[in-house]
Write a protein that binds this ligand. Structure first.
Ligand code: HPA
Length: 276
């Protein structure tokens, strides 16, 4: 798809959201598998379904509703993507830029990306919350391939601080203060949709990954490109392949995510109200 068309779709989405919100919004959240319920916490909730935005992809994964939700958390106005787009759904890679770019045009300056992930680090058991300190893009694709849109950022963006160092520090201090255990780690993205093999997970561990998943990295690349300060939180829902002989299923991932939602929600509340 043409660069110009992506811009048009994103600006259309942003103006619809701005009309709905009665102004700009500076905080964005992307909710991962099993974590979508967080949006229910917002006051004065309004929604915009992806299918009502011409040209916008529609999320096809169970547990991903496919809509923007706007609302308030305390004093703060927030825009949430409830449901995201994944490479494995078969979208053209530049479609993965749309959500973040729509948020950018809406005024978003701070973004929290969340996901359910497999624990590669052997001490990261199901239920562990991990602040993403860096990523390894192992999906084989970069969403910025294609003509660069200079309105968003430079052709060759630096990626030394994709998950903002200062915000991460504040987040670690805050989680400690709240008594919510939070680890830091490297997230490796695989394209999916098949889960990894045990050999792939051993490779991931050797290469320095702590968690593995099928999302987040395209959005983080897009956000970094356009200068949005970003944090990432992985909820470890399972030990990655080969660590135990338990079979991996999407249902299990969603179930464990739901069971850990109380801690996750408290932490996200604190990020929105105190870090952003
Ligand atoms: N692998 C990839 N993606 C995932 C996993 C996993 O083990 N768990 C949750 N999302």
């Amino acid at each position: 798809m043409e660069m110009e068309r992506i811009y048009e779709i994103a600006s259309d989405a942003a103006s619809r959201l701005r009309a709905l919100a009665g102004g700009s919004i500076s905080i964005g959240l992307v909710l991962g598998s099993g974590l979508g319920e967080y949006a229910e916490r917002l006051a004065g909730k309004k929604t915009l379904s992806y299918q009502d935005i011409p040209g916008f992809p529609v999320s096809s994964v169970k547990g991903h509703n496919g809509q923007f939700v706007i609302g308030n958390l305390g004093e703060k106005k927030v825009v949430v993507m409830q449901g995201r787009f994944h490479f494995y759904e078969g979208y053209d890679r530049e479609m993965l830029l749309l959500g973040v770019r729509s948020m950018k045009l809406l005024g978003v300056e701070y973004l929290l990306l969340t996901n359910a992930a497999g624990g590669v680090n052997l001490s990261y058991e199901p239920g562990t919350l991990m602040s993403i300190c860096d990523h390894i893009n192992f999906a084989g694709v970069n969403p910025l391939i294609g003509k660069n849109d200079d309105r968003f950022g430079v052709r060759f963006p630096d990626q030394g601080n994709v998950y903002d160092r200062e915000l991460r520090k504040e987040l670690m201090d805050l989680s400690e203060k709240m008594g919510i255990p939070l680890r830091e780690g490297v997230y490796m993205m695989m394209s999916g949709p098949s889960f990894e093999t045990p050999a792939e997970i051993r490779m991931a561990r050797t290469l320095g990954a702590d968690a593995v998943g099928m999302s987040t990295v395209p959005e983080a690349i897009a956000a970094n490109h356009c200068g949005i300060k970003t944090l990432g939180i992985s909820l470890i829902t399972n030990m990655a392949a080969g660590v135990t002989d338990q079979k991996l299923t999407h249902e299990e991932v969603s179930l464990i995510a739901k069971q850990s939602s109380e801690r996750f929600e408290r932490l996200v509340d604190a990020i929105v109200t105190e870090v952003f």
